[in-house]
Write a protein that binds this ligand. Structure first.
Ligand code: ZN
Length: 139
């Protein structure tokens, strides 16, 4: 069982996305760096886990403190996924498109979701000694 999502193109010189970098075209924004792309892919993978764990207990999405507006924005799971995919494809974040008239009680932060997922993971692996000892890196 793998704890960390794996980027299939990580370190692969034959990365099929490498050809997307066309510095001659001014109309396209700078593509994400490998590190940024990796971050987005990891966020997407985390998102799947968080939604699977939290949606059944009534959580509708995540709340993100916006650095531009200095206000919390509430994003449904689908919206979050769409935004991350958009970022991955276009290289720039989407204009703020938070959920309409959200109920703050139904949204949690990334940190909360991460902590919750870690807690569930610990509970599931507690007492089972057959898992290879992979140290979990805290981010
Ligand atoms: Zn904002």
């Amino acid at each position: 069982m793998h704890d960390e999502p794996i980027d299939p193109f990580n370190g692969d010189p034959a990365d099929p996305t490498a050809g997307l970098d066309d510095p001659g075209d001014d109309a396209t924004p700078d593509p994400l760096t490998d590190v940024e792309r990796q971050d987005v892919l990891e966020d997407l993978a985390d998102l799947e886990i968080y939604q699977a764990l939290l949606a059944p207990i009534g959580v509708r999405g995540l709340v993100i403190e916006c650095e531009d507006c200095r206000e919390p924005h509430y994003f449904d799971w689908d919206l979050l996924r769409g935004n991350l995919r958009h970022l991955l494809n276009s290289g720039r974040p989407r204009v703020h498109e938070p959920a309409y008239d959200p109920d703050p009680d139904h949204y949690v932060t990334w940190d909360y979701a991460r902590g919750y997922a870690d807690g569930v993971h610990d509970t599931l692996t507690e007492g089972t000694e057959d898992e290879p000892g992979t140290p979990t890196a805290t981010q």
